[in-house]
Ligand binder design. Structure first.
Ligand SMILES: *Cc1c(COP(=O)(O)O)cnc(C)c1O
Length: 495
């Protein structure tokens, strides 16, 4: 059976999975969604004993039906290997009756590795399947996490080039070092004199520049996108929710069929949507708890049914969730509208023009599976401190937002179901905010010195990813003005 994908803004536009991965976004600006959400074709009993890689194959084959078994297994084997510092790939850790699903054991110690370590392989396989001869050029603008994860994923992958733009003074010291020390024959990193918005607009402009597209084509190149609206990033994220449930069963923490809640620190709505897909596939998940930081546009949306991005953008200690437009929400809107492409299109146009849209009561009723909450900066820090003081376990700022919201939800709802909290980054990545939350005395210390301190405080050895950047050479020093991004790309590609 072949599963096709259609655009959220045009249900008649049908493409295969591999075409959707290559294109990223539909030509009408919509996102690709499966025509029908697949269900698991194995029992939970069978899933119980599976490795992460076997689980990945079982889940992903349901979505990527035009990949052969050999192709898909190949992608999985190459993605989930020794780049991860544990065989389990995504360990589930029980701390004080909450289960933290640690999604930060990959090359860049944040959850984007879960998808970005396989996307390059899905993409090159898709290119082969569709007789694409051009070399694929990935252009990415980053505020820190995505850039490094994409660099690590695409480094030395044959048939690809990757160019990452980051704001020169807009990322943390650790994040910058992670990027400028990236090895690989096909990688370039550019610091722009501007902020993240400038970097993102510059990249977007290049994607829409037909003259540049022609020039690329003439030189055997084409652009593609590694950003989180690509279905090739969403599908691999469904896997770890299936895996987490099977692990709970295997460890006899739950009974077969027992429902659990999942709590996700949310920005672009990709990770939590993957959990929702897992539920639709048959995993006994009850509530999907959407946790926001002070940029609580999603919390307000779930409360009121109105999505309103007209508000002040807040810089928080969980920067990967500092987002006012959660792109992947469009996929949920499409589903709850009864797959009404015109309605979805209209709402997204309203969002673009006026920064706001409103859903109907019917649509709101179809979001029953979701619960939402948010944590202020003080509540996030308080949660890091409390979890640490009580258990000795150190969580990062993003995870703490979810952990706080999880506790509040349990308190207010009296819902006693077991909860899995998606733990999206290693505390080493946000060492300063994490340690300062535990004790104010760390506030004035140098970030790199604090890495050693965290080793003592947490009892968790410094990850290889951190040790590597402390010793590595800076390989990328290219900088450019925000209006010169296109020229910089042309120079890099020598076109
Ligand atoms: C990207 C990111 C998030 C948000 O995930 P979405 O899929 O965008 O909702 C949360 N935490 C960390 C550490 C991230 O890097």
């Amino acid at each position: 059976m072949n599963l096709h994908y259609k655009s959220t803004r045009n249900s008649n536009l049908r493409v295969t999975a591999s075409e959707a991965i290559l294109k990223g976004l539909a030509p009408d600006g919509g996102l690709f969604v499966p025509e029908k959400l697949p269900v698991l074709d194995v029992s939970m009993e069978e899933l119980k004993g599976m490795t992460y890689q076997e689980t990945a194959y079982t889940v992903m084959k349901q979505f990527l039906t035009d990949f052969t078994e050999e192709e898909l297994r190949n992608c999985i084997t190459r993605a989930y290997d020794s780049k991860f510092d544990t065989k389990e790939i995504a360990p589930l850790v029980k701390v004080d009756n909450t289960y933290y699903l640690e999604l930060f054991h990959g090359a860049t110690i944040a959850f984007k590795d879960m998808a970005l370590s396989i996307l390059p392989h899905l993409m090159t396989t898709s290119a082969k399947k569709n007789q694409v001869q051009n070399k694929i050029v990935i252009l990415t603008a980053t505020s820190g996490d995505t850039g490094k994860a994409a660099l690590a994923g695409f480094a030395d992958v044959e048939g690809t080039r990757i160019i990452v733009f980051y704001p020169k003074n807009g990322v943390s010291r650790v994040q910058e070092l992670q990027m400028v020390t990236q090895k690989g024959n096909n990688v370039d990193v550019v610091a722009i004199h501007g902020n993240f918005d400038h970097a993102q607009s510059g990249v977007k402009a290049m994607f829409e520049d037909s003259e540049l597209a022609k020039k690329l084509e003439d030189n055997g190149y084409q652009f593609s996108s590694a950003n989180s609206i690509n279905i090739g990033r969403l599908v691999p994220q469904v896997v770890y929710y299936v895996y987490a449930y099977a692990k709970l069963l295997e460890n006899e923490e739950i009974q077969l069929g027992e429902k659990i809640n999942v709590v996700v620190p949310t920005g672009n709505f990709g990770n939590i949507l993957a959990a929702y897909y897992a539920k639709q596939m048959g995993v006994p998940i009850d509530k999907l708890v959407c946790a926001s930081n002070e940029n609580k546009v999603l919390f307000d949306f779930f409360q009121t049914g109105t999505y309103d991005r007209n508000r002040e953008f807040v810089l928080t200690s969980s920067p990967s969730m500092d987002i006012l437009i959660s792109s992947n929400l469009e996929r949920l809107i499409y589903l709850i509208s009864g797959e009404d492409d015109q309605k979805t299109k209209q709402m997204m146009e309203d969002l673009k023009c006026r920064g706001v849209y409103e859903i109907t009561d019917d649509m709101k009723a179809r979001m029953n599976d979701f619960v939402s909450g948010y944590a202020t900066e003080a509540e996030c820090a308080q949660n890091i401190r409390e979890v640490y003081n009580k258990t000795g376990y150190v969580i990062d700022t993003h995870t703490a937002v979810a952990s706080y919201v999880c506790g509040k939800y349990q308190e207010n709802s009296l819902d006693s179901k077991k909860s899995v909290v998606a733990s999206t980054a290693s505390p080493y990545k946000f060492v300063k905010s994490v340690l300062t939350a535990i004790d104010e005395k760390y506030a004035d210390m140098d970030e790199l010195d604090l890495l050693k301190v965290l080793e003592t405080v947490s009892g968790v050895e410094m990850p290889q990813a951190i040790q590597d950047i402390l010793n590595a050479n800076v390989l990328h020093t290219l900088e450019c003005e925000k209006d010169n991004m296109r020229e910089t790309v042309e120079k890099i590609l020598n076109i």
